[in-house]
Ligand binder design. Structure first.
Ligand code: ZN
Length: 427
């Protein structure tokens, strides 16, 4: 569809930062064709009046477990072990295959409403999570979580087969991509990691992993292998492929150098790290070293929100506090982390900026809420003022997935009904 967004105030890339100026945005074939001049032969099939609105690039949630929204609010204020092993895993065992479909769609609705246009999912149910992602209209990179105690571990090999089957079944879906996801160094043996890496190389897909999330993980790795989790994964060959690593909270200087030298994309998840008491990732240090840092919410069981504007706000505030330095992680750095860097973490090209030739993944916000005014600095407003309630229309690949607050791709009322039905069954 040829779409024209007329006379809108837009956040545009400018050198290493952003500039905010008025633009007419011409969209065709799923991409941004022009930000000013009418493209030759262009006829708009739909025109959106941009007056009193702000156009922002769609946000990229670079680490989540979308099905987990079903478990939102189920296990709060607990230690990591109590949270995971005594609450989350036993509840996951009660989930039926279709529950994963509805849980993923619940997340999809929340993500669309808060301006997310792409997400990287680590899930645990073949077919269902991909079906939901395919229907959502969002761009999604899917990775089935893999755990294995050895290269020949039967359960591990079954999960790997499921991951491969999903890739074969959904490879022709335009907006879906795939990675392989060894869950974490503490849940996968080094030789199982090697087997997954070999499979990923064969399939020509990248890697998605949890890495150095807690002090306990690092201690365990050093006791068992004599190496930090980062050094261990490098030795296992994981970084020979494009790798996206979530958390990276506990890092040595040498770990950070490995991540930079091997071009590992780090996904920081501030709310999850705080909620589970794991601390603060060294984001200012990673940025200083030139590591690509993206932003994720993690699953709703450990956040409990999938609102990337809230996450962006946390990201741009917490390091100022923890470092006692108000210049840490600026609004501009934060917005890049939540958009263009997220696109890199998902392996998406020409995504995450409002630029001619880039995917038309766009969010339109109303500018009439008090929190968005006066209109002094829009980048600051996006990071610090809390503006997800101003999200009005969301566009992915030139298609409107939400218009004037109404989600077009998913029956939101039904999804909320089904999520509550499942919650009742879980008890
Ligand atoms: Zn996670």
């Amino acid at each position: 569809m040829n779409l024209l967004i007329k006379g809108i105030t837009a956040v545009l890339p400018d050198g290493t930062g952003y500039v905010v100026r008025d633009a007419d945005v011409y969209i065709g074939g799923g991409v941004i064709l022009s930000l000013g001049d009418v493209p030759e032969g262009f006829r708009a099939e739909k025109v959106i009046d941009g007056s009193g609105r702000l156009l922002v690039q769609g946000l990229v949630n670079a680490h989540t477990h979308a099905y987990m929204s079903l478990l939102r609010g189920r296990a709060d204020d607990l230690s990591f072990d109590d949270w995971l092993f005594r609450n989350i895993i036993p509840m996951e065992d009660k989930l039926e295959p279709d529950d994963f479909y509805w849980g993923t769609l619940l997340s999809v609705c929340e993500m669309i409403r808060s301006g997310t246009t792409s997400y990287l999912d680590m899930h645990m149910m073949p077919e269902k999570c991909a079906l939901a992602a395919g229907e959502s209209g969002l761009r999604a990179v899917l990775s089935r979580g893999l755990v294995g105690e050895s290269r020949g571990d039967e359960g591990g090999l079954r999960r790997l087969r499921e991951a491969k089957a999903d890739i074969a079944q959904f490879k022709d879906y335009d907006r879906l991509g795939f990675m392989l996801a060894p869950h974490a160094p503490y849940s996968c043996s080094p030789d199982f990691i090697e087997a997954v890496t070999e499979a990923a190389a064969e399939l020509n897909v990248g890697i998605n992993i949890h890495l150095s999330e807690s002090a306990r993980e690092v201690r365990g790795s050093i006791v068992r292998y004599g190496l930090t989790p980062v050094a261990l994964m490098e030795k296992a060959g994981l970084f020979d492929l494009p790798c996206t690593a979530a958390h990276c909270v506990r890092l040595t200087d040498s770990d950070m150098n490995i991540l930079r030298n091997r071009n590992v994309r780090v996904v920081t998840c501030p709310a999850s790290n705080m909620k589970l008491g794991n601390g603060f990732a060294p984001v200012p240090e990673l940025l200083k070293k030139g590591v690509t840092v993206a932003l994720g919410t993690d699953g709703a069981a450990s956040n409990n929100s999938l609102n990337m504007f809230r996450e962006l706000s946390l990201l741009t505030l917490i390091h100022k506090g923890s470092h006692r330095d108000p210049t840490c992680v600026t609004a501009c750095e934060g917005l890049k982390t939540a958009s263009v860097n997220g696109a890199k973490a998902l392996g998406l090209e020409k995504t995450g900026e409002i630029r001619a030739g880039f995917n038309a993944d766009l969010v339109i916000l109303r500018l009439d809420s008090p929190a968005m005014n006066p209109r002094a600095d829009m980048i600051s407003a996006l990071c610090y003022s809390g503006c997800s309630s101003s999200v009005e229309t969301v566009i992915v690949g030139g298609d409107i997935v939400m218009e004037n607050g109404e989600i077009k791709t998913v029956d939101e009322e039904r999804v909320i009904f089904e999520a509550n039905r499942i919650a009742l069954r879980l008890g």
